[in-house]
Design a protein around this ligand. Sequence first.
Ligand SMILES: [Zn+2]
Length: 57
Amino acid sequence: MDQSPLRERVSDAVALLAGKRTIRCPDPGCRVSVRYRHVAPDEAKRLTDLATDHTRH
Ligand SMILES: [Zn+2]
């Protein structure tokens, strides 16, 4: 499995162009991320909270 950071950034950029959003956990070394598109604001907030609060995953 290729875990190159560059490849990951490219993937994020492509996702962004497609109207998607990717949120990553801020915890160093944690690879949790949440990607979504066209979701309701409440759901987007829930996903953001989940992705950025390391105590919840
Ligand atoms: Zn995390």
